[in-house]
Design a protein around this ligand. Structure first.
Ligand SMILES: Nc1ncnc2c1ncn2[C@@H]1O[C@H](COP(=O)(O)OP(=O)(O)O)[C@@H](O)[C@H]1O
Ligand SMILES: [Mg+2]
Length: 337
């Protein structure tokens, strides 16, 4: 087991890769800290058997749900797999699919069951289960939830190779966009009328109002038992222009850094004017897929350059002044453009 990282350390490490989404990072960090604490205490047989709290991540597409879980697993050094609730529902044999997911987790742990039993499983699109299950070859969304419920609670599952994996200490993080949740929340929340003196009271009230109750999740077809197994709920928010610009440039694996490194290995310096990142961000906002469309826009902008560079050893730098102009290619010696 890795040394117990404090929540603040987890947040700091997450921030090297994930921009913004601070409330989600904090909630996740606290949950992870508690999760590892709990495993350590249960292993030490302290007398208090602590139970597991799985997590529900709610947020629009492309805002960092998968990235958060992936990064978290890497920080913790535990194996990690993702699965889609909707594809679980598209099969007749949901049990086999779940077994396959756990098998992938064992593979990620290089076959080490012990390690796999401390891994993280991210199940995406749990908000889409309601709509599914009419097809002949499908499992109903509700049956999928029951199947997931069982492994989330902790159960021994027999793998194809005959070995067993115990899911008791596997952390399950479920994700979904839960479109229109805010509309439901505004209908069902009633703390608003309590009069307060403002300040801290106001903040606590706002927090209570933003709280998502299991009953709110029912509108998305989540059965109470399933929602009840996800006591930690946190939200990711739409990324604004400034955050998208930061995503392009700041994280360790930022797209800009990747292209700079790639071109540098060809002896070419890449320079992109700040306004270009803003143009890319604005276009991405129009595409409504969060940060997901950034790479495509960026790749397209760079496509001609990436084609030309290998053929022209004379090119020493590439300067992009605008997303809507051809990048300028220049020889290395030329200083001014
Ligand atoms: N908050 C963020 N910080 C940095 N990169 C992000 C963020 N959100 C999304 N991305 C980028 O967008 C891509 C899609 O994000 P992902 O985490 O898969 O979104 P989703 O919320 O749909 O799971 C990722 O590969 C990542 O590079
Ligand atoms: Mg995702």
């Amino acid at each position: 087991m890795p040394a117990l990282l404090k929540p603040s350390e987890i947040v700091r490490l997450l921030s090297e890769h994930v921009i913004g989404q601070e409330p989600a990072k904090r909630t996740l960090a606290v949950a992870i800290y508690a999760h590892f604490r709990r495993m350590a205490m249960n292993a030490a047989e302290s007398g208090v058997e602590l139970s597991k709290s799985n997590i529900l991540l709610i947020g629009p597409t492309g805002t960092g749900k998968t990235l958060l879980c992936e990064t978290l697993a890497r920080i913790l050094g535990v194996p990690f797999v993702t699965a889609d609730a909707t594809s679980l529902a598209q099969t007749q044999f949901v049990g086999d699919e779940i077994e396959a997911i756990l098998h992938r987790l064992v593979d990620r742990a290089d076959g080490d069951i012990e390690r796999a039993q401390r891994g993280i499983v991210f199940v995406d699109e749990v908000d889409k289960l309601k709509a599914i299950g009419d097809g002949a070859r499908a499992t109903s969304g509700e049956s999928v939830q029951h199947a997931l419920l069982k492994i989330m609670e902790g159960a021994p599952v027999r793998l194809k190779d005959g070995r067993h994996i115990d899911t008791t200490n596997i952390l399950f993080i479920c994700g979904g966009a839960f479109v229109d949740l805010d509309r439901i929340l505004s209908r069902t929340h009633s703390f608003g009328f309590i009069s307060t003196g403002g300040g801290d009271d106001r903040k606590i009230l706002e927090r209570l109002n933003a709280r998502i109750k299991p009953t709110d999740l029912r509108e998305f077809g989540l059965i109470p038992e399933f929602a009840g197994r996800l006591p930690i709920v946190t939200r990711l928010h739409d990324l604004d222009r400034e955050m998208l610009v930061r995503i392009l440039t700041e994280p360790k694996h930022a797209i800009y850094r990747q292209f700079r490194a790639m071109l540098a290995s060809d002896g070419v310096e890449l320079r992109i004017e700040p306004v270009v990142f803003e143009q890319i961000a604005e276009l991405a906002i129009e595409y409504k897929a969060g940060a997901r469309s950034l790479r495509g826009i960026f790749e397209e902008m760079m496509s001609d350059v990436m084609y030309a560079v290998p053929d022209n050893p004379g090119i020493g730098r590439v300067i992009v002044h605008s997303l809507f102009e051809q990048p300028k290619l220049a020889a290395a010696e030329i200083k001014a453009v």
